[in-house]
Design a binder for this molecule. Structure first.
Ligand SMILES: Cc1ncc(C[n+]2csc(CCOP(=O)(O)OP(=O)(O)O)c2C)c(N)n1
Ligand SMILES: [Mg+2]
Length: 276
């Protein structure tokens, strides 16, 4: 990736963060922490990696992205709108009744959403199904499943992990948004995850670690993952919950909290959007 392209994508991430804070402040609800955590992951996938066509969201042979940690929907919607799946003016209807943009992703309402998510733990099984279906159809398509690190405490994640390994699903790439924090506290406090790499490896996966806030590092990790044959791959992306807004960083209290006018001013000043 050229330095110029990297700068362009990182600038885009800053713009997404600004827009996210505007949106969530205006509707006084939503999930800032987990959305800010996966900004670069979504940006790298939609704007550099995936083979998709916003004009034809159901294009045969496309890559699939499942946001299994569905509460980060606002950042997904910002990326989808920017990519051209629907008009950016729709964003103001986020979380409104009957809106195209529900609080959690809905496959029936939003172009570009591949799976309805929100109940944690389901995305990896569905993603495995998509990856296997593409293989049967003879497509060289990849399925990416973005999971939270609290989410992977769900038992069904590990059933899917076992199956993916049995079926040698090498076109299934899990991306773990590894921010160390969940809803009520840190992973360590709620349910210690131990050695995440060792766990996934013991389930037959390859594991690649990257900086989840560096678009180039994420792209390199995906390129590396695509070289691995006969096994699914987990990209363990090191992230910070609430990344980019200092008082939200690493704080479970910002998992799903309305942004006050005062905090809005502070956040925008930090992000370079408007002054306090
Ligand atoms: C099955 C299920 N249990 C509980 C919840 C409530 N919930 C929503 S987000 C969340 C925490 C998720 O933490 P993590 O996966 O680490 O996400 P991130 O830190 O990236 O926001 C919980 C418990 C849910 N959505 N689904
Ligand atoms: Mg987390």
């Amino acid at each position: 990736m050229t330095n110029e392209r990297k700068e362009e994508l990182q600038r885009q991430c800053l713009e997404f963060r600004n827009e996210l804070i505007d949106l969530l402040h205006s509707i006084q609800t939503g999930h800032p922490g987990g959305s800010l955590s996966c900004t670069e992951i979504l940006t790298a996938l939609y704007f550099e990696i995936m083979n998709v066509d916003p004009a034809n969201p159901c294009m045969e042979g496309r890559d699939h992205l499942i946001l299994s940690k569905g509460h980060a929907a606002p950042m997904l919607y910002l990326a989808l709108a920017k990519k051209g799946y629907f008009p950016e003016e729709e964003l103001k209807n986020l979380r409104q009744i009957d809106s195209m943009l529900q609080g959690h992703p809905c496959v029936h309402k939003t172009p570009g959403v591949e799976l309805s998510t929100g109940p944690l733990g389901l995305g990896l099984s569905a993603g495995l199904g998509m990856a296997l279906a593409d293989r049967i159809k003879g497509y060289d398509a990849y399925t990416y499943v973005i999971m939270g690190d609290g989410e992977i405490q769900e038992g069904c994640i590990w059933e899917a992990a076992m199956s993916a390994s049995k079926f040698q699903a090498d076109h299934l790439i899990g991306i773990l948004d590894n921010n160390g924090v969940q809803l009520d506290g840190t992973n360590e406090e709620i349910m210690p995850m131990g050695d995440i790499r060792a766990k996934w490896e013991s389930f037959g996966w390859d594991v690649i670690t990257c900086d989840g806030h560096d678009v180039e590092d994420i792209c390199n990790a995906v390129a590396e993952a695509k070289k691995i044959k006969g096994k699914p791959v987990l990209i363990q992306a090191r992230t910070v919950k609430g990344k980019g807004v200092s008082f939200m960083e690493g704080k479970n209290t910002w998992h799903g909290k309305a942004i006050s006018d005062e905090d809005y001013g502070k956040a925008k000043a930090e992000l370079g959007g408007v002054k306090e």
